[in-house]
Each structure stands twice: as C-alpha cells, then as structure tokens.
Design a protein around this ligand. Structure first.
Ligand code: ACO
Ligand code: ZN
Length: 226
C-alpha cells in the first residue's frame, strides 16, 4: 500500500515537468491528461490558421531570404481578409485582448510575414491616427504581483497625457513564439514605414504603439532608439 501511495505522489509531481511543443509552441505538461487534451485541441487549429497556401493575387511589399511580407487591405477578397482576421485572432488571444474589433476597421492595414515554410509567423495591424500619447518609462513589477495582474494594471497608467502628432498607429504586433528574436517584428515595422503612406517614408516618431505589453515595450523602446 505504501508503494501505491508513493506512485500517486510521483505522478502528481511529474506534472510540473513542462514541455514546449516544437511545432505550435504551446507550453504544456505531457503527463497531464488535461494538458494533453488542451494541446491536441490547440495544436492543429493553430497550425491550420497560420498555414499559408498562397493566393492568386498577393500584395507582396517586402521580400527577404527567409520570407516575405504581404499586405492585406479591408477591401481585398474574402480569402485574404479572412486569413488576416484569423491570424489577428490568434495574436489577440495571446495578448489577452477581449474584443476583436478594430478601432477603425475600414482603414486597418494588416501586414503578414510569411516564412519559407509557408506559415504566417508575424502579424502587424496598422491604422490611421491623428494623435498619440507617448508611452512613459517602464515601471518595475512589484514583487508581490503576478505577471497578469501587473500587465492589467500597467496598461492603465503607462501613457503620458500630452498628445503628440502621429500618423500611423500600430494596434497589434505579434510574432509566432518559436520565431521571435529573428528581426521579424523589426522588418514588419520597417515595411510599414515605407508602405503605409503612399509616396512617403514615415519616421519612427510618426508611428505610435497602442496599449503595449511589457514585451511590446521592450521591443518598441529598442526599435525607436536604433
Ligand atoms: N525582451 C527584451 N528585448 C526584446 C524582446 C523581449 N522579449 N523582444 C524584442 N526585443 C528587442 C531586442 O533588443 C531585439 O533585438 P535582439 O534580438 O537583437 O536583442 C529587438 O527588440 C528586435 O526584436 P525582433 O526580433 O524584431 O522582435 P520579435 O520578432 O521577436 O517580436 C514581439 C517582438 C512582437 C514583441 C514578440 O515578442 C511578440 O509577438 N510578443 C507577444 C505579443 C506581444 O506582446 N506583442 C506586443 C504587443 S503591443 C502592441 O501590439 C501594440
Ligand atoms: Zn503543438
């Protein structure tokens, strides 16, 4: 009987051993049936969503050795706007956004980074704006606060009250977790600056990030100073 109990305890502790799926990037415990179920549910849906079969008409706005960036506009064919929306949903759920409506859907431009394996690994939504509020210095996370609470509170007081002129608002920027730190977000933004407004190259100051996450801020701070 004592060995039985021992086995149960071991099984319970094993659940803490977490694994990251090498294809979908989900972090889960292979020993937990619940986690396995959730992973199975997520895995195929995620991979189907980011799969890019190629379109008859693609608005390619940048090309690289490891992929390309295509631009999707609100009046594009349904297959294109649907893909943009599906990928945007993935980004939203990762960002913890509740509603999926855009502030001005009719002007939203969606930039998708497609890698050489035909997967959408990056997404940026840019909208026309007239003014923005500069993001203030990153505050330290208090020790007794968890990441979710901090992010929730942080959003409310991260911006200054002085409005500044901006032309392009980035309401979402997302890169597939297994493809980060390869300059994909940087290349998406560089491409926005040259293609957002016809015939003009936007400066970094003319771009504003709305509601940045702590990770988004680290990226934006680095991007804006370089
Ligand atoms: N921590 C510290 N610095 C970072 C981080 C990070 N997590 N991410 C980027 N940087 C800085 C680095 O200096 C990096 O250069 P380096 O890799 O040479 O050190 C530089 O920014 C450029 O990074 P990229 O490779 O271009 O950025 P990446 O493609 O990894 O995408 C992003 C960054 C979009 C923030 C990604 O981590 C992500 O999708 N995160 C989850 C979603 C999210 O939080 N998005 C931002 C929301 S805010 C908004 O949407 C307005
Ligand atoms: Zn997976």
């Amino acid at each position: 009987r004592q060995t039985d109990n021992q086995l149960i305890i071991d099984a319970g502790q094993k659940q803490f051993g977490a694994t990251t799926c090498g294809s979908c990037g989900m972090l889960y415990s292979t020993d937990s049936p619940e986690d396995n179920f959730q992973h199975t549910q997520f895995h195929q849906r995620f991979l189907d969503t980011i799969k890019f079969v190629g379109w008859k008409k693609e608005r390619v706005v940048a090309e690289f050795w490891d992929g390309k960036i295509i631009l999707v506009l609100p009046d594009d064919p349904k297959y294109a706007t649907k893909k943009a929306e599906d990928v945007r949903r993935i980004a939203d759920s990762e960002l913890g956004f509740q509603q999926i409506t855009l502030s001005s859907p009719s002007s939203a431009k969606t930039y998708l980074f497609i890698n050489s394996d035909k997967m959408v690994v990056g997404c940026l939504v840019a909208e026309n704006i007239r003014q923005a509020f500069r993001v203030l210095e990153q505050q330290e996370k208090p020790k007794d606060m968890n990441k979710e609470d901090f992010m929730e509170h942080h959003r409310a007081w991260c911006c200054s009250t002085v409005s500044e002129k901006a032309i392009c608002g980035v309401s979402r920027i997302w890169v597939f977790s297994l493809m980060r730190r390869k300059g994909i977000a940087t290349r998406l933004l560089d491409t926005v600056r040259t293609t957002f407004m016809y015939g003009s190259h936007l400066t970094k100051e003319e771009i504003a990030f709305s509601d940045p996450t702590p990770e988004g801020k680290l990226f934006a701070t680095k991007y804006c100073e370089t």
